[in-house]
Design a protein around this ligand. Sequence first.
Ligand SMILES: Nc1nc2c(ncn2[C@@H]2O[C@H](COP(=O)(O)OP(=O)(O)O)[C@@H](O)[C@H]2O)c(=O)[nH]1
Ligand SMILES: [Mg+2]
Length: 332
Amino acid sequence: MDARGALRWWWSTSPHPGAIAVAQLAGEPADLERAIEALCSRSSPAVGAVAWRRFGEIDDGVVARVATGHALVMPHGGPRIRQRLDARMAELGATVLQGAPGADGDYPEAADDLERRMLAALARAASPLAIDLLAAQPARWRAHGAPGAMSARDRRLRRLIDPPRVAIVGPANAGKSTLLNALAGREVAIAHDLPGTTRDAVAARIDFAGLVADVFDTPGAREEMDAIERAAAQLAAHAIERAELVIALTAPGLGWAGDAAPIAPEAGVIRVLNQCDRADADACAEAIDADLAVSAREGQQLDVLVARVRDALVPPADLADPRPWRFDERLG
Ligand SMILES: Nc1nc2c(ncn2[C@@H]2O[C@H](COP(=O)(O)OP(=O)(O)O)[C@@H](O)[C@H]2O)c(=O)[nH]1
Ligand SMILES: [Mg+2]
């Protein structure tokens, strides 16, 4: 993307209420910095850095400076917050665009607007499960007629396009970081038996058997935390509040700790007992309330957890439903 030129502001996420919204700000670096500074009453994060900011009286969230002339601004996903941020950015000299510049691309092969939007969604979709379903939509829309207003199913299926957010919460030493690493298939989080080891909010984009989601590891809040741990805990709280699914993780004897931050009322929760390889796992009190038991370290039952996460975010019935899917809210 050519970030230079007049300051431009647009949303990458749908205007419907969501846990998180992502807006993009692009333009000359000096203009961009001035606008972020005015919005947040603090300097812009350095290039490549991600920081927590207050957006004046409007909201708070994350600013990611992805390039000198390009930043992502991520507030909560309410329509009111969006409107107020649009107004504020216009005040600060940004041109508020409707949709990404050129986001729908040029698809000369598309027969009509429906096919053009389908191809644009296909190009953007994060999840392999989206491919066949999107490809089937033009025919379904023609056979059944355009679907009505955006339904709950339509919104759940949108998770195939924009990765939903999953937070792993639970007491220290439950194995949250070990689980994130096991799911990611690589070391993204530091797993260690010293509490406070997770000093940064860590996330990984993970494919749950066809559904791609962004998974956040969260450090538990502790009594004595240094400044870095407190900042990490704050970012984690933010991730938990915005998660569409929470994996509540524990281990034998650790109990189900009170959550580090409130969970969105519409978020799903899967209660998982970790460390099922231990001899005391079967008889522990936590086993009674767990939806399933896994071993993040030994890999037991992780395939079951992967399928549960996928099915909780995009139920199989939504995928199997032959009715058309309103995959783009701008379609008439
Ligand atoms: N036996 C066993 N130990 C585990 C398992 N998962 C994690 N651990 C150990 O538990 C300790 C804490 O793990 P960590 O992932 O750092 O926990 P966190 O504080 O919740 O992030 C480490 O010593 C891990 O090796 C497991 O499935 N089985
Ligand atoms: Mg950890």
